[in-house]
Design a binder for this molecule. Structure first.
Ligand code: NAD
Length: 305
C-alpha cells in the first residue's frame, strides 16, 4: 500500500519525519510531493496511491479521476472545502479532516486581530480595551470554544450562537447563549466568525447582521472568505465609520477595502491562522495516524462524507 503526501505548501520537517515514522511502523510506503507548481505532477503522483494527505491543496474531480486506487483522502486541517466530496463519495473514497489540531493557533490569531482592532491597528492615538466588552462567538466548535476561553481571560463577556451545540454545553463553559444569529450580532460589539463554508453559510454574513451591530462593531474572520457577502460588507463599512473588519482570509475586494478604510480594515497578507509549528505538526501527525487506522482497521472516525 502507498500513501501520498501532496503539499504545495509543505509540512514542517518535524511533521514529515513523524508521518514517515507512523507509516513505516504500519508497513505502508510513503511518497512525498512538495511545492508542485503543475497539477499534472499531482495527477501523476496520485495514480497508484491508496491514501492521499493534503493541506490546502485542491482535491478536485480531476484529481479523484486520476487516483485510480484511492481509498482515503485526509485534509490535514479543519476546513475541508478544498475536497470535492461528491467526487469522493461517488467513487467510494472516504474523506476526512483532522478537527481540532490547529484550533489553538487559529484562536490565538483571532484574539490577536481583536487586540489589533481595539488598538487602532497599532497607530498612534487612543484605543480601547477588550475588558468588559461583549464578544459574540459565531459557532462554538473547536476554534470558537478556545476563542471564548481566551476572551474570558481578558475579562470579556462572551456570547455564543451555534444551533448544533446543546445550549447546556455553551452555558457550562460560562458563555451566554444567543437564541438566534440576529441576537448575537445585535448584542455584541465584537463578533468572531467560526462557521464552516457550506452551501448554507456562503455569503450569509452581510448587511442584515452587520448593520445591527452596536456602535464600534468589529467583525473578526479567521474562518473562510466565502461566508462573507463582500459587497454588503463594503457598503456597511462605508455607511458606518465606526465599524471594523479584521480578517485572515482576504476578500476579493481587498484592494478597495484597504484603500478606503485605513485602520478600520486589515487582512493578513496570506492565510496564516494555522501557520504555527505546533499546528503544522499536530495536523500532519493526526492525518498520518487517521490514515493508518483507516487502512489497517477500517476506522472511519472523522469521516466527513
Ligand atoms: P469545527 O468543525 O470544530 O466547528 C464548526 C462549528 O460550526 C460547529 O460547532 C458547528 O456546529 C458550527 N456550525 C456549522 N454551521 C453553522 C451555522 N450555520 N451556524 C452556526 N454554527 C454553525 O471547526 P473549527 O475547527 O472550529 O474551525 C472553524 C472554521 O475555521 C473551519 O470550518 C475553517 O473553515 C476555519 N479555519 C480556518 C483556519 C485558518 O487558517 N484561518 C484554520 C482552521 C480552520
Amino acid at each position: 500500500m502507498k500513501a501520498l503526501i501532496a503539499t504545495e505548501k509543505p509540512f514542517a520537517k518535524e511533521a514529515v519525519d513523524g508521518m514517515n515514522d507512523i507509516f513505516a511502523t504500519a508497513g505502508i510506503a510513503v511518497a512525498l510531493l512538495e511545492k508542485y507548481t503543475d497539477v499534472q505532477a499531482l495527477y501523476d503522483a496520485v495514480a497508484d496511491a491508496d491514501a492521499l494527505i493534503v493541506r490546502s491543496d485542491k482535491v478536485s474531480r480531476e484529481v479523484i479521476a486520476a487516483a485510480r486506487q484511492l481509498k482515503i483522502v485526509v485534509r490535514a486541517g479543519a476546513g475541508y472545502d478544498n475536497l470535492d466530496l461528491a467526487a469522493c463519495t461517488a467513487r467510494g473514497i472516504t474523506a476526512m479532516n483532522t478537527p481540532g489540531q490547529n484550533a489553538n493557533a487559529v484562536a490565538e490569531l483571532a484574539v490577536g486581530l481583536m487586540i489589533y482592532a481595539a488598538r487602532n491597528s497599532f497607530c498612534p492615538g487612543t484605543g480601547s480595551e477588550l475588558k468588559g466588552k461583549k464578544l459574540g462567538v459565531h459557532a462554538c466548535g473547536h476554534v470558537g470554544r478556545l476563542v471564548a476561553t481566551l476572551a474570558q481571560g481578558f475579562g470579556m463577556e462572551v456570547y455564543a450562537f451555534d444551533p448544533f451545540v446543546p445550549a447546556s454545553a455553551i452555558t457550562n463553559a460560562g458563555l451566554r447563549v444567543c437564541a438566534s444569529v440576529e441576537e448575537l450580532y445585535a448584542t455584541c460589539r465584537y463578533v468572531s466568525l467560526h462557521i464552516p463554508a457550506t452551501e448554507q453559510t456562503k455569503k450569509s454574513i452581510g448587511r442584515r447582521l452587520l448593520s445591527a451591530m452596536p456602535q464600534g462593531g468589529c467583525l473578526i474572520n479567521t474562518a473562510r472568505k466565502e461566508i462573507i457577502h463582500e459587497d454588503e460588507l463594503e457598503a456597511v463599512l462605508r455607511e458606518r465609520p465606526d465599524m471594523k473588519y479584521m480578517t485572515d482570509v482576504a476578500p476579493a475586494n481587498h484592494a478597495i477595502l484597504q484603500a478606503s478604510f485605513g485602520a478600520r480594515y486589515f487582512a493578513t497578507p496570506k492565510k496564516i491562522g494555522a501557520e504555527t509549528a505546533e499546528a503544522n505538526i499536530n495536523a500532519g501527525l493526526a492525518a498520518a495516524s487517521q490514515t493508518v487506522r483507516f487502512l489497517t482497521a477500517g476506522d472511519t472516525t472523522f469521516k466527513v462524507n
